[in-house]
Write a protein that binds this ligand. Structure first.
Ligand code: SER
Length: 338
């Protein structure tokens, strides 16, 4: 068997996106996955990994040690503290979300220089980079890539800065002295709320929709922490993994940061769409002032035309299709087996 030519370091491999992405990588014999996480990802994910290192991405010597063991050709950096969790521990969030990303970019640049090869660096960003005013939010509709970038959360501020930092390493690194191309091919996917049926989310502010779905499948009442009319863009986890893979595998790209989203829906619309599948569903709305204020600064929808034009991204499902083809059957399977 030939040696895989892609050796991908995946941080946050035990998280929700890591779960889906490493199983996709496991199907590709040309990929060797070097996973990094704080915690053991469990047997199912471990089976899809070639190497696993447990440790903290903020620990520079830990990251340095990993790259002495492996010649890394790509980094997929998923580890992060999401928006709600980050508001409880903002300083720690900055360390993980910014310093951790900086450590990895720095190591990627060093790997590129050592092996005279550009290192691809792919990272999710988030709709939390937006910060719409009340008036802008009331207009509704799709928000463009470069509009309303005034995040009100630590997580959003961290992600917006990391977009810039990545653009710097990917396009402008050492612009006064360096010859040759920048060391990193930086690619960033601004994600909407992501709905996974296989895992329960923690620490995010878009968790109200996946939480409602899991409660419906478990036959439990759900007390939603935002108002019924709260609307943001969404995609399901399989669509998110496909979008990550599409971005990773695209040839050279004109842009560094891309919006993706499949549909825009409010909490109430999701409840209504779930009801035919789960007629006993009980949802009450008890908005949490702080979390509501955060989500109220996120757009109803985002403009995805750059991703469609530059690397062939295509939103796959409407809300109803997502429920029919993925969410309901997967979540039912999961709760039937527990
Ligand atoms: N899912 C993220 C959060 O809720 C937003 O992209 O923090």
């Amino acid at each position: 068997m030939s040696t895989p030519s892609r050796r991908i370091l995946v941080t946050g491999a035990a998280g929700e996106i890591g779960h889906g992405l490493v199983s996709a990588f496991a199907k590709d014999p040309d990929v060797h996955v070097i996973a990094v996480d704080l915690r053991d990802p469990g047997k199912a994910i471990r089976a899809n990994l070639d190497d696993l290192h447990l440790g903290d991405i903020c620990d520079r010597s830990f990251i340095d040690h990993i790259v002495t063991l492996h010649e890394v050709t790509e980094i997929v950096h998923l580890a992060a503290l999401l928006s709600t969790r980050a508001e409880h521990v903002p300083e720690r969030a900055h360390e993980v979300n910014v310093d951790g990303t900086f450590n990895l970019l720095r190591v990627a640049a060093e790997q590129a220089q050592s092996f005279s090869r550009v290192v691809k660096f792919t990272v999710p960003s988030s709709i939390a980079v937006y910060g719409l005013s009340e008036q802008e939010k009331s207009l509704g509709g799709k928000v463009g890539l470069d509009e309303c970038l005034r995040p009100v959360t630590m997580y959003g501020a961290n992600k917006l800065y990391c977009e810039s930092l990545g653009r710097y390493y990917g396009r402008h690194y050492r612009s006064l002295t360096s010859e040759g191309p920048p060391p990193i091919d930086f690619r960033c996917l601004r994600l909407p709320g992501v709905i996974a049926a296989e895992t329960k989310p923690t620490g995010g502010t878009s968790d109200f929709v996946p939480e409602m779905i899991h409660a419906a499948a478990a036959g439990q009442p759900y007390e939603c922490f935002v108002r019924e009319e709260t609307r943001i863009p969404w995609m399901t986890m399989p669509e998110c993994v496909d979008a990550m893979l599409g971005l990773l595998e695209a040839p050279a790209l004109p842009g560094c940061v891309y919006n993706v989203s499949s549909f825009s829906a409010s909490a109430g619309e999701l409840e209504a769409a779930l009801r035919p599948h789960f007629p006993n569903l009980q949802v009450t709305y008890t908005p949490h002032a702080g979390r509501q204020a955060m989500v109220d600064t996120w757009p109803d929808d985002v403009d995805v035309t750059a991703a469609m034009r530059d690397w062939g991204y295509a939103p796959r499902w409407t809300l109803e299709q997502a429920l029919e083809h993925y969410i309901v059957p997967s979540v039912r399977r999961q709760y039937a087996s527990t």
